[in-house]
Ligand binder design. Structure first.
Ligand code: PMP
Length: 401
């Protein structure tokens, strides 16, 4: 039985890609955009762009109103309520760098930062470099046999010197939800701050930062069907108090003299310079669009499509799936075949998947692999996309294996 996405027509690029002979299966890298977002960008740019927060004129007031309305929608999306603030950044990467710089005074020599073995470089390098700058210890939690952060090991490695835990909610390579509740509880029992990299997790289902209980939650708009150049940092009020200002310039100040300045609190104090105004407004429109969808239908469609993808790969003897992917994506290798060679053959047949280390080089190294191929799904994918992928894969395997 074919699996048809009822939302495919809402994403004009899908038709365009098909006309170009392309089957897009790389949504974990970035997503195609809904018409609702394109309409919002068009409306903003054709009705009068203006800078936010500083102008007294009417276009400025309109832009500021739309910008702050988006902030409110992001807060609702995460159920932030009154618990904290939504800070706009330029991406998940810049949000994590903001934290690693903004929190550096929070650490003393010998303190420990705990991450996991499956982190994306964006949630590894800022902490690794902070540890090097401040003589801290970076502790890496190992994985169990299913590709989940090992809770038993975590219980021994998270200890009294742990000052911060930063972990991914959903692995961009292994496609598995991580045991966040238990991990956060371990860190909180030691009085450590907690950071959740929601870049992949936020895309699937709805997440409640208050229920999760993390101090900081980070994601990128472009992976959630929104525009590029925009990230979100949610911070709990008490945790934001630990954050020093890190980028300086217009907009983030209350009072300035030549030799001193007084800065705004969050969120504006952490949004130095002109923010990506159109993108913020566009993300608001995207969330409104997503909010209007039947959530259960989306979850069911994604789950069915993923099952078909996983089963199809498992049926092919030469293919070895990495970990135990639950949703959204599957990474795999073919023994004896270099992932780049297979990726090349897939590309030639119009299949857009990702090959390589997926910005998780230490994880791939620990698996003894130079890279892997990752197929990832968006809510607009159909089972026909998978048929085209499998047909191209079989042709590739015939040539290579
Ligand atoms: N964390 C994870 C788990 C990711 O998958 C990504 C993007 N691949 C990032 C962080 C970084 O996101 P961005 O490149 O949009 O800043």
């Amino acid at each position: 039985m074919p699996l048809i996405s009822p939302w495919r027509a809402d994403f004009p690029a899908l038709d365009a890609l098909q006309r170009q002979g392309q089957t897009y299966l790389d949504s974990a890298a970035t997503t195609q955009k809904p018409q609702a977002l394109l309409d919002a960008l068009n409306h903003y740019y054709t009705s009068g762009a203006a800078n936010v927060h500083r102008a007294q004129h009417l276009p400025g007031a309109h832009a500021t109103q739309a910008f702050e309305a988006s902030r409110h929608k992001v807060g609702q999306w995460l159920n932030a309520g009154e618990s904290g603030q939504i800070i706009f950044t330029h991406g998940a990467t810049s949000a994590l760098n903001l934290l690693a710089y903004g929190l550096q005074a929070h650490f003393a020599e010998g303190d420990e930062i705990v991450i996991s073995a499956l982190e994306h470089h964006a949630n590894l390098l800022p902490w690794q470099q902070l540890a090097r700058r401040r003589n801290l210890r970076l502790v890496v939690l190992p994985l169990d046999g299913h590709g989940l952060i090992d809770l038993e090991a975590a219980a021994t490695l998270i200890g009294p010197r742990t000052r911060l835990l930063a972990v991914s909610q959903f692995s961009n390579v292994l496609g598995a939800w991580q045991p966040l509740t238990r991990l956060l509880a371990l860190a909180q029992a030691q009085g450590a701050l907690t950071v959740v990299d929601g870049a992949q997790g936020v895309v699937h289902g709805r997440h409640d930062v208050q229920a999760l209980g993390c101090d900081f939650y980070v994601f990128s708009s472009h992976k959630l069907y929104g525009p590029e150049g925009l990230g979100v940092l949610y911070g709990r009020h008490a945790a934001l108090a630990h954050l020093d200002h890190w980028q300086f310039g217009g907009e983030m100040v209350l009072d300035v003299d030549y030799h001193r300045a007084e800065f705004r609190p969050a969120p504006l104090g952490f949004e130095a310079g002109t923010p990506p105004i159109a993108s913020v407004i566009g993300l608001g429109a995207t969330l409104e669009y997503l909010d209007g969808l039947d959530q259960k239908a989306v979850v069911d469609h994604e789950a069915r499509l993923h099952r078909r993808l996983l089963e199809g790969l498992q049926q092919r003897e030469q293919v070895r799936v990495l970990g135990a992917p639950e949703l959204a994506l599957v990474s795999f290798v073919v023994d004896g075949v270099h992932n780049a060679d297979l990726a090349h053959l897939l590309t030639e047949q119009g299949i857009a998947v990702r090959a390589g280390h997926h910005c998780a080089m230490p994880l791939l190294k620990s698996l003894g692999l130079p890279g892997a191929i990752r197929v990832s799904l968006g809510l607009y994918n159909d089972s026909d996309d998978l048929l085209r992928f499998f047909s191209a894969l079989d042709q590739g395997l015939e040539l290579l294996a």
